[in-house]
Write a protein that binds this ligand. Structure first.
Ligand SMILES: NC(=O)c1ccc[n+]([C@@H]2O[C@H](COP(=O)([O-])OP(=O)(O)OC[C@H]3O[C@@H](n4cnc5c(N)ncnc54)[C@H](OP(=O)(O)O)[C@@H]3O)[C@@H](O)[C@H]2O)c1
Length: 295
């Protein structure tokens, strides 16, 4: 939330300084005016205040009273553990409190249909039902470098809501929009991806340490090299072309790449994303032991 709060604070300061600043069309006409954090434990209030209290933006914390928080809010960001949503949304009065509001869920593996089916069983959805939008951010949101996937909705979200959701998640990184059928793969690539890339980065640093580079420098070099590579790709370079450009005939890069290909690294990395996709799809259905041997 830090990234979102600092952007909201900046927007407030800009608006206070000058009413004549040129309008940015990506900024929603109405931005959130305060942030209410709901948690079960009283200790969480201190954590939230320490993390977010220094932004020039109204912040309120509520303990053990989600209903009050939802009643007071227009937009609700659901971010409990995936299996916890029924306890929160099943509370008496919650359906009423959610009327006409926007419910953003970032729960891994839980579909919008599951949430909607729980709130409005048997398809009994009133005209003023809340709008549910599923978003899959990732842990890099802490450094405002998340890759967040916003699930497209049918019928589509009204423009103001879509603009707002996109704006919120653009404050903590980049966004893409994809249909529900892609969300498990998005969870695997974007949600689990930082862990996969961290493993590759660590392995590269280990190799350098084995060849005499001190650990701290090796970690820094691996991280910055990965960052530089992502910078080039995000700037439009295709990964295959990048690889070819760096591979001098008879040189060290192609020598190293041959080893990676012998180790079927490419197939295994792709397989990790495929495996995580399948696991993500089962988690949402409440399956247990999803990582047990399958073959
Ligand atoms: N972490 C990621 O990279 C990532 C990426 C994409 C999506 N997600 C999704 O984001 C969600 C949160 O993940 P996380 O890693 O941040 O988990 P987490 O650290 O366990 O956070 C869950 C929070 O929800 C609170 N909570 C649980 N039940 C509640 C209730 N009944 N009322 C009010 N608050 C309640 C917890 O409070 P207590 O601390 O008091 O238990 C905790 O602060 C998960 O659904 C996950 O799938 C996470």
């Amino acid at each position: 939330m830090g990234g979102v709060m600092s952007s909201l604070a900046e927007a407030r300061t800009r608006a206070a300084i000058s009413k004549d600043t040129p309008k940015d069309s990506s900024v929603p006409a109405r931005l959130p005016a305060k942030f209410i954090a709901c948690d079960m434990r009283v200790e969480a209030e201190t954590t939230v205040k320490n993390a977010l209290g220094h932004y020039n933006f109204p912040l309120k914390t509520i303990t053990n009273n989600n209903l009050e928080g939802v009643r007071e809010a227009d937009i609700i960001l659901l971010s409990c553990k995936p299996q916890g949503f029924k306890a929160i949304l099943g509370e008496e009065g919650m359906k009423d409190a959610l009327k006409g509001k926007l419910l953003i869920s970032i729960l891994a593996g839980v579909t919008s249909e599951q949430i909607e089916g729980f709130l409005y069983p048997g398809g009994n959805k009133p005209a003023d039902a809340c709008r549910i939008v599923r978003v899959m951010p990732n842990t890099a949101s802490f450094v405002r470098e998340s890759m967040s996937v916003i699930q497209t909705c049918t019928p589509p979200l009204e423009e103001n809501h879509l603009k707002l959701v996109t704006w919120i998640f653009n404050q903590i990184g980049r966004t893409a929009s994809l249909p529900a059928s892609n969300m498990d793969a998005c969870t695997a690539l974007c949600g689990s991806g930082p862990a996969f890339f961290a493993l590759v980065m660590e392995a590269a640093a280990d190799g350098a340490v084995a060849m005499g580079i001190p650990r701290a420098e090796a970690n820094l070099m691996a991280a910055q090299t990965m960052r530089g590579t992502t910078g080039l790709v995000l700037n439009g370079e295709h990964p295959s072309i990048l690889r070819e450009k760096v591979s001098t005939p008879g040189g060290c890069t192609i020598g190293g790449l041959m080893v990676l290909e012998e180790g079927t690294v490419r197939g295994h990395v792709a397989r990790a994303v495929r495996e995580a996709t399948v696991v993500a799809s089962q988690l949402g259905q409440g399956a247990v032991n999803v990582n047990g041997p399958r073959r």
